[in-house]
Structure formats: structure tokens, C-alpha cells
Design a protein around this ligand. Structure first.
Ligand code: FES
Ligand SMILES: [Fe+2]
Length: 384
């Protein structure tokens, strides 16, 4: 994040404290409760958002060396990502071209030279090429060149791996221009310099909530005082946060209790991460949360209209990691998971209550405007 942007955010946050105001919006906004449980709506979201948009499925830290691989099933598509001996990262549908078994069943691994299907032993190299058919003399004629693993569009940048989870048509390029998708958040992602960061941990959680309701819990600070009083709220000022649209994505910051220290320091020395956490909602289902020494990456995937799976990954700069004992990082992770448990306990009541008939719509206050923006963007993307 450019220093000028950091200063502008700190000034906005300080002004809110000084004048006892909140991040203002044009007015109250709404979204229909049905978008959180209607099956038709859910099916459209999966088909449009989770088949046509780049989705974060892993991290460079898991895939540094040739032969490293990860599998990923949470989008509903069986995905296999592997680094070739040429250093290139490729993604495929993890589906054997014989009779459709998953060729790789482990979540991740290293040192692979070929993926061998567990059913009848067909093998594929790291570029997805079909290289071996068992009993080929008797199997019958198969054109190996047209029976490689189906490629998926993939991009690796900023320490993250994005895949568009839909089979590419034959001959289509698997390259993905992730920067044009990320648009206005690119300069920030460049500035955080995450390419070499390590994956401290990666944990799945299964909230009984629609996948978007899971994202909603990140888009305002209003609830911290009430819901997170015993976990993360003591670190933050009450509802002092600021939100901005960045093309289809969002950028926002939540002020910590140390913010007032900036009043007595020269602006040139201001560092936003010393006094706030900076978050990005990367459309459609990822939230990045940067603090002074790590980035938490939250990805929410649809399981059914009423259930989601969220992956909570923590990326750490190896230099920062070495400065502190492992117990520091474990405690940090525990705090994040404790706050999420609080969010998802309330979230499960919300999801149940949607069907009660009490509310036809969710109401977002002026300082909850990011929720309105997010749901408008979803609406726009699924009506295309
Ligand atoms: S399904 Fe893979 S070898 Fe038969
Ligand atoms: Fe929360």
C-alpha cells in the first residue's frame, strides 16, 4: 500500500475519533434474505462465480519445487495443481481420462514425477500428458495426445495461486491474466511483497452458513464490541474503520487502540499496519487481512445453500517468523480461530432465522456500506 494511501487512511480514521463520526455512506442499503438460502440462486452463484472467476486454491509456499502438488475440491470441481520440472505451475481437473477416477487423492505432496491413477494405473506426467496406459497392447487404440489431464486456467502471483475451475476447451491457453482481474488492488498486492512468504497454517472450518454470509462477517467492525469482547475487540477502537471499492474488490482498514499515537508523530513515519489491520475482499470469496507481521487469507466455499467451508490460512514473512517463538504464532492463530468461532455461532442462528419470515431483507447501516457493495457486485456478476 502506497505511503500516501496509508497516511490518507490514518487521517480518515483519526478524524472519525476526533469528531466522533463513522465512515459515512449515502444511506442504508439492503439485500434480500432469499439470496442466502434459495436453491436456484445458489446454483447460479456456483455456476457463475465458482466456474468463471479466478478462485484462490493454494499458495506458492506449498508449491516451490518441481514435483510439488496440491489438490483442491472445495469449489465443487476436482482440482490438481502441480509444478513441472520446467518450473511452471499447471492446473488440471483431477480426473483420469480412462474412467474418471481422481488421479491424486492426497491433499498435497512433493517429489512427484508422475500421477498414477489408483484404479487401473494410467499415468500422467507433471505437464498433464498421458504417458502410460497399462496393458496397452490389449486395451485398444487410444490417442495419448488427446487424453491428457484437462487443463484449467491458472495464475500464480503475490504468493497465491488462482484457478478458474472449469475445463478449458481444447487448444485454449491455460494462462490467466490475474492482474487485469485484480485491477485496482494490484499496486497494494505488489507492495506487500508476499511471494516468498511461508504458509504457517491452513485450517478448514465448516460454518452452518451460506458462503456469502461467511464473507459478510468480515465486512464491518460494528459487531466487534458486542460479539468479540472476550477475544479480539480489546485490540481495536470501537467501530472506527474505513471502506473503499477497488473495481470489483474492496479495501478497508480497522483501527487499533494505538491509533492516537499518530497524532504526536510526523506523518512521514506513519505506518498503517502499526495502528490498524488492512483488509481486502478479493471478489468473489476471499478476504486478506494484513497485520504488522502476517497475512491471514480466508476463503469461503459453498457446500449447500446453508453450509460453507472456510479455509483459514496464515502467511508469514520468513524474516518476521524467525524473530518470534513458534508459540507466538500459535497463539495468534488461536485468537483468529476463537473470533471466527464467535462469528460462526451467531452466523448459524442467522442462517436458520432467514427462513422464519421475520425479515424479508438484511439491513446494512451507513457504515456497513461494504456489505451493500459486496452484494451488489455478486448480483451484477451472476446476472451477466
Ligand atoms: S480410471 Fe484411471 S486408470 Fe482407469
Ligand atoms: Fe467477527
Amino acid at each position: 500500500m502506497q505511503h500516501a494511501d496509508q497516511v490518507a487512511y490514518i487521517e480518515r480514521l483519526l478524524k472519525m475519533v476526533r469528531t466522533n463520526t463513522r465512515d459515512d455512506g449515502p444511506g442504508i442499503s439492503h439485500t434480500s434474505v432469499e439470496e442466502y438460502f434459495d436453491q436456484g440462486r445458489y446454483d447460479r452463484e456456483v455456476a457463475r462465480l465458482f466456474r468463471r472467476h479466478p478462485i484462490v486454491v493454494g499458495f506458492s509456499a506449498q508449491l516451490r519445487k518441481p514435483g510439488d502438488f496440491v489438490t483442491h475440491d472445495e469449489t465443487g470441481q476436482p482440482i490438481l495443481v502441480a509444478r513441472g520440472t520446467d518450473g511452471k505451475l499447471r492446473a488440471f481437473l483431477n480426473v483420469c481420462r480412462h474412467r474418471s477416477a481422481s488421479v491424486e487423492t492426497k491433499p498435497c505432496g512433493s517429489g512427484k514425477r508422475a500421477f498414477v491413477c489408483p484404479y487401473h494405473g494410467w499415468s500422467y506426467d507433471l505437464t498433464g500428458r498421458l504417458v502410460g496406459i497399462t496393458d496397452s497392447a490389449w486395451f485398444g487404440e487410444i490417442d495419448k495426445a488427446t487424453h491428457g489431464l484437462r487443463p484449467l486456467a491458472v495464475a500464480e502471483k503475490y504468493g497465491m495461486v488462482w484457478v478458474v475451475p472449469a475445463a478449458l476447451e481444447d487448444g485454449k491457453d491455460a494462462g490467466l491474466d490475474i492482474d487485469s482481474y485484480l485491477g485496482a488492488v494490484v499496486p497494494d498486492l505488489e507492495s506487500w511483497n508476499m511471494q516468498g512468504w511461508e504458509l504457517h497454517s491452513s485450517v478448514p472450518i465448516r460454518p452452518r452458513m451460506n458462503w456469502k454470509l461467511v464473507i459478510d462477517t468480515f465486512l464491518e467492525l460494528y459487531h466487534f464490541r458486542y460479539l468479540h469482547g472476550a477475544s479480539v475487540y480489546p485490540l481495536f477502537l470501537d467501530n472506527i474503520s474505513t471502506y473503499e471499492q477497488k473495481d470489483r474488490h474492496l479495501r478497508f482498514a480497522a483501527a487499533k487502540i494505538t491509533l492516537a499515537q499518530c497524532e504526536t508523530q510526523p506523518k512521514e513515519t506513519w505506518r498503517l499496519l502499526d495502528h490498524a489491520i488492512v483488509l481486502y475482499q478479493l471478489f468473489p470469496n476471499t478476504v486478506l487481512a494484513y497485520t504488522a507481521d502476517h497475512c491471514a487469507v480466508f476463503t469461503s466455499f459453498p457446500v449447500s445453500p446453508d453450509e460453507a467451508v472456510m479455509n483459514v490460512a496464515i502467511l508469514v514473512d520468513p524474516v518476521e517468523r524467525a524473530k518470534k517463538p513458534e508459540s507466538y504464532w500459535t497463539t495468534n492463530q488461536r485468537l483468529i480461530l476463537a473470533a471466527l468461532e464467535e462469528d460462526f455461532a451467531v452466523g448459524a442462528t442467522i442462517q436458520r432465522n432467514f427462513r422464519s419470515g421475520a425479515n424479508r431483507q438484511q439491513t446494512f447501516g451507513k457504515f456497513e456500506k461494504a456489505l451493500g457493495w459486496y452484494h451488489q457486485e455478486i448480483e451484477r456478476a451472476i446476472s451477466l
